[in-house]
Design a protein. Structure first.
Length: 732
């Protein structure tokens, strides 16, 4: 039997999803379920002076209205963090208003319509203070963030030494990236139900165990009294990686009315209390020799965070590792504004940071009169520039070669406006992609059932990325079973503990645990067989027994999982395993790398940009499923096209409110915006990263995309637009 890992196995949950049988967090029809609607602030800074609920309370179906007049009791102050990645949540403990669309009251009623109607009848008065929402205007207040806010990284870092030779060329430019919101198809949603002192929440989250811990702490419960279930998620992109106010409010509401409560954020409420990618202003100064060798790289980041909490977009982290240079100096500064707290959004730091660095590299190539790809090859980092360590594996040169050849890069005339097709200006641009390899401790349990099938479970989450499918494949190969004989389940804190599905770490973390648990189960079954006098394998050496297609095989003799279970009269044979990172990061630097090549067609009269062709290659370790992996790259590149050309959350400077608040105003790419995308995974066998050789593919796809497009737009038009998104008003 062939191995299934790597094969384009169809999603094992695909049928459930397309038939509507897959249950999302707002789809649990619990007995007595009622509905909560959040009321959010209409000022950006100040306080709630009066909440008039008189009329609302009389409205039909209303069960309770929660306001800051009677702050819900919690065991812990939700403004205090237990872990640096926890979020300060506004759940009516204070009258203070820190940003627009902050939750300020909650209405619970028997139907969604009645809750929505009653919410409209609640009258809230505010005392308004001046709101500060303009990053550049406030830049004199910029501060240096502490490492806790930067995932342990230093805000400022100088690597190497000042160059002793004089530079032949320099670029010194500033790039701007705007606020962006995640907008998964499924908005945030929580269904909460109490049973005495036990709380169950169905929550659209990327991390069931993080939600459990946070809720347990806030309600003063032992963690085992809180169960978090997330079977299906309609996209996350990072915004579902934290426990936000609505999850806590759903649990408060359910406790208040002693009924199960469902709380779903409306689309415009996605533009407030659940995070976003912050605006950045990034100055990049590159100095190089005539032959392109980098002498001095500087990357200075200015970004926004909130007044009451802290998240810093670590844009310059990518510059610390991407190219070799005699000196690399990076810094981050942040300004506290009256906005919600920003958060992780697909490749936080790398997506916006690589935009600036990779556009600057293109500008340097033009300054030097060098090919942009040749400039990158000239500065290829053979060792990690930040730590000096060798890479666990790195296929970047092969990615450049494969993608450039498929794209036809050698035929590019570098002169701007030189390539045309009829009226259309054609532009070709490229950029490097990269993302770090992460892994955290995870557990899994595998059980052999009486019919010889295996059930594997692990807490974990499937954001729509294919976790169910790839873990089925990993377990099947380890056990010598066809995937049809393995069922995999996840998304429940009653299963073995796993980390948050963020930082592209789920396949590496949970996948390693699944493999170890499956191997442990296989070995248990083999040990039983060779000790079983009724087994054809009795007395044979365990280490000589192979597993294939449900059979245990050694020296021409065979037993099977099913026969073994029957003879042993077992209901279940179980094995559990934990897999955690070891000391591998002490010896190796671990990153995925890739190359992005874009073709754009620009209308010379209208300034309209169309991405007409895409070729990319990635070295991302072992690919568990070529179909779901390709889909991750499509998704990343499509999101990058959105970042380049349209995504922009606009803050109204008077009200401090994001005025792009639905998918009519906040544009994301649709089918006509997306060309054929040609993806190659360069084979990469990395024995160092983890037991399954996986590097993670959730985020690398978006990195370098907006830069490749901006560089292509320059090539097409001769216009260097340094402010995203590249809308036609900036190009004309
Ligand atoms: Mo990802 S932005 O780490 O969910």
């Amino acid at each position: 039997m062939d191995n299934t890992v790597g094969k384009p196995l169809d999603r094992v949950d695909g049928r459930l999803k397309v038939t509507g049988a897959a249950k999302y967090s707002a789809e649990y029809p619990l007995e007595g379920l009622v509905h909560a609607v959040i009321i959010t602030s209409t000022i950006a800074h100040g306080s709630v002076t009066r909440v008039d609920t008189q009329e609302a309370r009389k409205a039909p179906g209303v069960l309770a209205i929660l306001t800051p007049d009677h702050p819900p009791k919690l065991a812990r102050d939700p403004s205090k963090k237990q872990k640096p990645q926890d979020r300060f949540v506004h759940v009516m403990q204070t009258r203070k208003v820190d940003y627009q669309r902050q939750p300020v009251a909650l209405v619970i009623a028997d139907t969604l319509e009645r809750a929505t109607h009653a919410a409209a009848l609640v009258k809230i008065q505010y005392r308004e203070s001046k709101a500060k929402v303009n990053l550049l205007a406030e830049r004199s207040r910029a501060y240096t963030p502490k490492p806790e806010a930067m995932n342990g990284r230093q805000a400022d870092l100088v690597q190497g030494k000042a160059p002793t030779v004089k530079a032949a060329a320099q670029v010194d430019t500033t790039y701007t990236t705007p606020y962006e919101h995640h907008n998964p198809m499924e908005p945030h949603a929580t269904t909460a139900v109490w049973d005495g002192e036990k709380l169950t929440v169905y929550d659209a989250t990327q991390g069931v165990f993080n939600v459990r811990e946070r809720l347990a702490a806030l309600f003063g419960l032992p963690p085992e009294n809180v169960r978090v279930i997330t079977k299906f998620i309609g996209g996350g992109f990072g915004c579902k990686g934290s426990t936000w106010a609505h999850t806590v409010l759903a649990a408060i509401a359910a406790r208040t009315v002693s009924r199960p409560v469902k709380l779903v954020l409306r689309r415009e409420q996605m533009f407030g209390p659940v995070g976003f990618r912050p605006e950045t202003h990034q100055r990049v100064r590159l100095q190089a020799q005539k032959d392109g060798k980098l002498l001095d790289v500087r990357h200075e980041v200015l970004t926004a965070t909130s007044t009451f909490d802290e998240f810093i977009e670590p844009c310059a982290a990518v510059t610390r590792i991407l190219y070799a240079s005699e000196q690399i100096s990076t810094s981050h500064r942040a300004v506290r504004l009256n906005l919600g707290t920003p958060t992780f959004m697909r490749a936080p730091g790398e997506a916006s940071g690589s935009h600036a660095l990779e556009c600057a590299m293109d500008e340097l190539a033009y300054t030097l009169g060098m090919d942009p790809l040749a400039l990158r090859l000239r500065n290829h980092a053979d060792l990690d520039p930040e730590t000096g360590k060798p890479w666990s594996s790195k296929s970047l040169k092969e990615c450049y070669r494969v993608a450039a050849e498929k794209f036809g890069w050698a035929r590019r005339d570098p002169v701007p406006r030189s390539m045309k097709d009829g009226r259309a200006l054609i532009g070709w641009g490229m950029a490097t992609a990269t993302y770090p390899v992460h892994r955290s401790k995870a557990g899994a349990r595998a059980s052999l059932l009486p019919d010889g099938r295996v059930r594997v479970v692990s807490g974990s989450q499937d954001l729509g990325t294919g976790s169910y499918t790839v873990f089925t494949q990993v377990a099947a190969d380890a056990l010598g079973l066809p995937p049809s004989q393995v069922s995999f389940d996840l998304g429940d804190t009653q299963m073995p503990q796993t980390p948050v599905s963020g930082g592209s770490q789920t396949a590496a973390s949970t996948g390693s645990a699944v493999k170890l648990a499956a191997l442990a189960l296989r070995d248990k079954a083999i040990a039983l067989a060779v000790a079983d006098t009724a087994s054809p394998l009795v007395g044979l050496k365990a280490e000589d027994v192979r597993v294939d297609n449900g059979q245990l095989v050694s020296g021409g003799k065979k037993d099977s999982y099913a026969a073994l279970m029957k003879r042993q009269k077992l209901d279940s044979l179980d094995a559990e395993a934990d897999a955690g990172p070891g000391k591998e990061k002490e010896r190796y630097a671990m990153h995925s790398f890739g190359a992005q090549f874009a073709e754009v067609r620009v209308d010379p009269d209208l300034g309209e940009v169309r991405v007409s062709r895409w070729v990319a290659a990635f070295g991302a370790g072992n690919i568990l499923n070529s179909k779901t992996a390709r889909s991750q790259m499509y998704g990343g590149i499509v999101m990058g096209i959105g970042m380049a050309l349209m995504e922009h959350s606009v803050v109204d400077p008077r009200s401090g409110r994001f005025i792009t608040q639905d998918l009519a105003d906040y544009h994301v790419p649709v089918n006509p915006d997306v060309p054929d995308i040609d993806i190659t995974f360069v084979p990469e066998n990395d024995p160092h990263v983890n037991p399954i050789g996986v590097k993670g593919i959730g985020e690398i796809g978006i990195t370098g995309v907006s830069a490749a497009i901006a560089n292509a737009v320059f090539h097409a038009t001769g216009r260097r637009v340094r402010e995203l998104p590249l809308t036609l008003d900036k190009i004309l």
